[in-house]
Design a protein around this ligand. Structure first.
Ligand code: NAD
Ligand code: 89Y
Length: 343
């Protein structure tokens, strides 16, 4: 089968992972890249041997010759670039956070729907090996019906050295990292009907909130807590692990630091090592995220070929993005937010 040709826009910090993963993915490869920063364009072009290089995305679409576009820029440009892809009838992957606002995200989904092109949000955390392992354990019925969960990401890792813009935005942890944790909560316990959040900023050198505690009412009646922090200094740094606790009618699941999965039920306790693979180009501690980048990109190709919906399609991601907006609204107003009413 002929391989799909892709173009990537945004050759920054995280795109390096995406470019490595495109080399490993079966069924697709990158033929063109674009960045308005000439140095970044040259670095990535030279490192990955890509000859077709553009400083302007419109010019790249005008030249064409690719089957999909991978948008790896920061959020400010997402709407314009996704709509550009739709106008050019090119299927698109868009990095998280999907958009600045839920209304922008809805417009992006609508533009791609009208153009008849696939749109997937690069919401990769649910593709991490430990998260997939928890989902499989639940699907086997090991703990019966889950009624309570905790999805926790607490770290003191310096994310600002690689991504300095994270210190500058009015919004920080919910939009940047909590978005993944909220998506995992949806992936594991289902869609959310209402949400209550509290936030605070501990680090005085950044603008946005670096701690958030969010209470979720799931549509199936389960309750969960999503708690995220970049102000938590532990003796053993867990970055970038999401830890999980799930209580069900027949047992419990615990995903603890060091990628240890414990399942308890009437049959006893099973303990498994659910560590991610260290891919040839990956480095610790990022290997967990890096492996999920490869997994989501392979999923993109596989589903595009089948003409099937992606796990984190634009439409699916509206339900995660709504939780981000609801969390900021809830924290600002001190109220519980009806999430269903936002969609
Ligand atoms: P970055 O600032 O390092 O890179 C972005 C690049 O895009 C820059 O080189 C910039 O010049 C370029 N760019 C911006 N607008 C452009 C446009 N209109 N046309 C052409 N080039 C343009 O940012 P980053 O840290 O690589 O983050 C990129 C995105 O990846 C963000 O949305 C971030 O949240 C996301 N991210 C995701 C994960 C994950 O696990 N999914 C991890 C880290 C970052
Ligand atoms: O930008 C963030 C993401 O998506 O995963 C981790 C991160 O790089 C820093 O919080």
């Amino acid at each position: 089968m002929t391989e799909l040709k892709g173009a990537l826009i945004g050759c920054g910090f995280f795109a390096i992972n995406q470019m490595h993963a495109w080399r490993d993915v079966e069924g697709a490869y990158i033929v063109a890249i674009c960045d308005r920063d000439p140095e970044r364009l040259k670095t990535v072009g030279d490192q990955f041997g890509i000859e077709r290089r553009y400083s302007d995305a419109e010019a790249m679409f005008a030249d064409g010759g690719f089957d999909f576009v991978d948008i790896a820029t920061t959020v400010e440009s997402h709407r314009a670039l996704v709509e550009m892809a739709a106008r050019n009838r090119v299927p698109a992957i868009c990095q998280k956070p999907f958009a600045k606002t839920l209304s922008d995200a809805k417009a992006m989904v609508e533009a791609c729907r009208k153009a008849g092109v696939a749109l997937m949000v690069h919401e990769n955390f649910r593709w991490q090996t430990p998260i997939q392992a928890v989902r499989k354990a639940l699907e086997t019925g090991a703990i019966g019906t889950p009624f309570w969960g905790r999805f926790s990401f607490r770290s003191g890792y310096d994310v600002f050295s690689g991504q300095p813009y994270l210190a500058e935005g009015e919004r920080f942890i919910i939009e940047d990292l909590g978005i993944h944790t909220l998506d995992i909560a949806r992936y594991i316990l289902g869609d959310v009907s209402a949400l209550t959040a509290r936030t605070r900023r501990v680090n005085p050198r950044i603008r946005g909130e670096d701690v958030a505690t969010i209470l979720l009412d799931h549509e199936n009646g389960a309750t969960s807590v999503v708690d995220v922090s970049y102000a938590t200094k532990l003796s053993k740094e867990p970055f970038p692990e999401t830890l999980m606790e799930l209580d069900g009618s027949e047992g419990t699941i615990r995903l603890t630091q060091g990628y240890r999965l414990e399942v308890n039920n009437a049959q006893g306790t099973t303990i498994a090592d659910v560590s991610p693979k260290l891919l040839s180009w990956a480095s610790r501690p990022w290997h967990n995220i890096q492996e999920s980048v490869y997994a989501i990109q392979q999923h993109w190709v596989d589903q595009l070929r089948r003409g099937a919906e992606h796990s984190t399609s634009g439409a699916d991601n509206l339900k995660t993005f709504a939780l981000v907006e609801a969390a900021y609204d809830s924290a600002a107003q001190g109220k519980t937010i009806d999430v269903g009413a936002m969609l």
